[in-house]
Design a protein around this ligand. Structure first.
Ligand code: PEP
Ligand code: MG
Length: 574
């Protein structure tokens, strides 16, 4: 019998493969390294920076050619770190101080990483991992250490943290799965795995120490179960499940061109959430997205040392809009703050960042940031079906202020002789209980609603969305959440405006049944989730969905609701 361990299933799918421990130890190489004269060591470090940046550039081009845009963006962010003059200066200083190129590089990267880590925030921890990764890469170049070859079989990458460059370097077809000791689901390894749909389990902590390099492992990324050194019977069971998984994938492929329409002909739009314009093609061509329901524009701001200017933003928005080829593209204005801080904004420390200076609150006070963004979106409006969506609205006044600023942006563009689209719709992201409760009023001022349940749930239930300890309380099916969602949809219907959902709840097929019954127009989600939701919508009638909704709205508990829906709508093998 195999040794069984359990972590947190992050990306669904079963996989079988040999363990490849990530985070290659280079201590032995460092110990054997013979430094030369200090000037030679400094020069070696500086040459290594150039060579590694060039290797990364080539890697980025290859990834882009293979349409692996998320990985390309991550390696690009690392390349910017390698080319950062401050990084070069720190490295040169450290190497000159200790007279050893690889150790100097590692120490310089480590001290910069610690600064990020001390901020005690998921986003910055991910940057700290990147910095260490970059440092190690440069040191390996100097030491002449090569990544070990992967043999003919598939590997399951395993480590406390898997370095982004390691996972991005290995072709998708060679990675069966990822096992992580760390609990972060926003780290770059997870983002890459998600974009490639690689089964992933996180939060294994010390349990990872029981897994050795070369161990045979079966993992279930949905349940979080891992079998280390399985028996033949366990392998046979696994192979049977794999066959079912392959069948499911081909079923999903067949759904790509089909509409999200119930059996009795009620249709909703199904769109994708994206972080960069480079995600659009995969969303449409691979998963059948009918447009972009949420373009998280803040990623443009986060990959930078300073506020991206209007031109740069315009190019990114236009890129996404053009790739949508006439399909809708909803651009959310910058949603910085909360779990997405921005160092160059110098936000003073806050006790409750999620309740603090974030999103539209920053935009309305920082004209220097908001105006270029609005102007860039209005200009991109000439290239397709663009909408502006405003995050974290809590009252009518904020929306009106945004509208006023949009008008001012138009005046500025006209003075500058810049062409723009005059009637870009302006919608409210309903992600605070205030907005949901006030939706009958807000609907009179907004051109559309999109319900952001990721935040709406955390604010409604007072459950921090990033706190793993209380994650079982974070429940989209909690009756309070369902009531707010239903009210919001009803307000939109009453006022003849369009309403969608762009929070993760939309990617739950059972939630989708309820949303369709409530009268939602659109659901938007991470692209790989589209086929599952589409399949569920196509398997029910509107009549059935409405009947289920009526019953669910009388229930008192989220668990009971989920159980009821699973029982009533089986057969999807989800
Ligand atoms: C949301 O809050 O539901 C949402 C989609 O936005 P984000 O996850 O970026 O806060
Ligand atoms: Mg949000």
């Amino acid at each position: 019998m195999a040794n069984k361990i359990r972590g947190r299933g992050v990306i669904a799918g079963v996989a079988l493969g040999r363990i490849r421990l990530a985070g290659q130890n280079i201590d032995g190489y460092l110990a054997k390294y013979q430094p030369e004269a200090v000037e030679v060591e400094v020069e070696k470090a500086s040459d290594a920076l150039i060579a590694v940046a060039e290797a990364m550039r080539e890697r980025i081009v290859r990834l882009q050619e293979q349409k692996m845009m998320a990985q390309a963006a991550i390696i690009e962010a690392q390349r910017l770190m390698v080319q950062d003059p401050m990084m070069a200066e720190n490295i040169a200083g450290k190497v000159a101080e200790i007279g050893n190129a690889p150790e100097g590089v590692m120490e310089a990267a480590e001290s910069q990483a610690r600064v990020f880590e001390d901020m005690q925030d998921d986003y910055f921890s991910a940057r700290a991992t990147d910095l260490r990764d970059v440092g190690k890469r440069i040191a390996k170049y100097i030491l002449g250490v090569k990544e070990p070859e992967i043999g003919s079989g598939k590997v399951i990458l395993c480590g406390q943290e898997v370095e982004p460059s390691v996972i991005a370097e290995i072709p998708t077809e060679k990675i069966a799965g990822v096992l992580l000791g760390s609990g972060s689901t926003t780290c770059h390894a997870v983002i890459i795995a998600k974009a490639r749909a690689i089964p992933t389990i996180a939060g294994l902590g010390d349990k990872i120490d029981g897994i050795r390099n070369g161990d045979y492992v079966i993992m279930d990324g949905g349940r979080g179960d891992i079998l280390v050194r399985p028996s033949q019977q366990e392998i046979d069971d696994y192979l049977a499940r794999m066959r079912r998984q392959v069948e499911l994938a081909s079923r999903y492929q067949a759904l790509r061109e089909l509409p999200a329409k119930t059996k009795d002909g009620h249709r909703v739009n199904i769109m994708a959430n994206i972080g960069t314009h480079m995600d659009v093609d995969t969303a449409i061509k691979t998963y059948g997205a009918e447009g972009v329901g949420l373009f998280r524009s803040e990623f443009l701001f986060m990959g930078h040392k300073d506020i991206p200017d209007e031109e740069e933003q315009f190019r990114a928005y236009r890129g996404a809009v053009e790739k949508c080829q006439g399909r809708p593209c909803i651009i959310r204005t910058m949603d910085i703050g909360g779990d997405k801080p921005l160092p160059y904004l110098h936000v003073p420390p806050e006790n409750n960042p999620f309740l603090g200076w974030r999103a539209v609150r920053i935009s309305l006070q920082r004209r220097d940031i908001f105006m270029p963004q609005l102007k860039a979106i209005l200009r991109a409006g000439l290239y397709g079906d663009v909408s502006i969506m405003v995050p974290m609205i809590i009252n009518v006044e904020e929306l009106q202020q945004v509208r006023d600023m949009v008008e001012e942006a138009k005046v500025e563009l006209a003075h500058e002789g810049q062409a723009y689209y005059d009637t870009v719709p302006i919608g409210v992201m309903v992600e605070t209980p205030a907005a949901a409760i006030m939706s009958p009023i807000l609907a009179k001022y907004a051109d559309f609603f999109s319900i952001g349940t990721n935040d709406l749930i955390q604010y409604t239930l007072a459950v921090d969305r990033t706190n793993a300890t209380i994650s079982s309380l974070y429940d989209p099916f909690h009756p309070a959440v369902l009531r707010l969602v239903k009210n919001t949809i009803q307000s939109a219907r009453d006022n003849d405006i369009w309403v969608g959902m762009c929070g993760e709840m939309a990617s739950d097929p059972y939630a989708a049944i309820l949303l369709v019954a409530m009268g939602i127009d659109e659901v938007s989600m991470s692209a790989p989730w589209i086929p599952r939701v589409k399949e569920m919508i196509r398997s029910v009638t509107l009549h059935d969905a409405k009947d289920a909704l009526a019953r669910v709205m009388k229930m008192e508990d989220g668990h009971v609701i989920r159980k009821y829906l699973r029982k009533r709508f089986p057969g999807n093998n989800l």
